[in-house]
Design a protein around this ligand. Structure first.
Ligand code: DAT
Ligand code: MG
Length: 151
């Protein structure tokens, strides 16, 4: 069983537009296992840390303002190749470059309203999970579907 984990977060626009259920459903139906999820209003400090790599970008202030504009749904998903697969399920950063069938390609148009975040590497997934969740919030459980998803 692969223990690879990724950090997926529904952004304020995804919450406001009522897309939480549909986004969660895509990861569930693929066969990935939910390890943790919460509904929370993030602080500016947390968001600045989360997007620290982008601090020098001109769009950084508007990115932080957008992410601060309402509650988000941070999640941890587990399974084989989940970091890369999660990025493919999301689509491209720019929704206009995202294929239909991807989350951003199906539900969004503008880059600054692209509804969902996903870690871009195993290393950043580990950092993001540690930033958003306490170790005790990462639930240990065995999905009863495991043998039907993996051979
Ligand atoms: P991703 O979210 O696909 O990992 P990223 O980490 O490069 O993309 O950027 C984080 C977010 O910042 C992205 O989801 C939307 C915003 N962003 C990125 N590039 C941008 C740009 N050129 N103009 C405006 N917003 C941008
Ligand atoms: Mg990124």
């Amino acid at each position: 069983m692969s223990a690879e984990r990724t950090f997926i977060m529904i952004k304020p626009d995804g919450v406001q537009r009522g897309l939480v259920g549909q986004i969660v459903q895509r990861f569930e139906q693929r066969g990935y296992k939910l390890v943790s999820m919460k509904f929370t209003q993030p602080t500016k400090e947390l968001l600045e840390e989360h997007y620290a790599d982008l601090k020098q970008k001109g769009f950084f202030p508007s990115l932080i303002a957008y992410m601060l504009s309402g509650p988000v749904v941070p999640m941890v998903w587990e399974g084989k190749d989940v970091v890369k697969q999660g990025r493919q399920m999301l689509g491209q950063t720019n929704p206009l470059a995202s294929l239909p069938g991807s989350i951003r390609g199906d539900f969004s148009i503008d880059i600054g309203r692209n509804i969902c975040h996903g870690s871009d590497s195993v290393d950043s997934a580990q950092k993001e999970i540690a930033l958003w969740f306490k170790e005790t919030e990462l639930t240990q459980w065995k999905s009863s579907t495991h043998e039907w998803v993996y051979e």
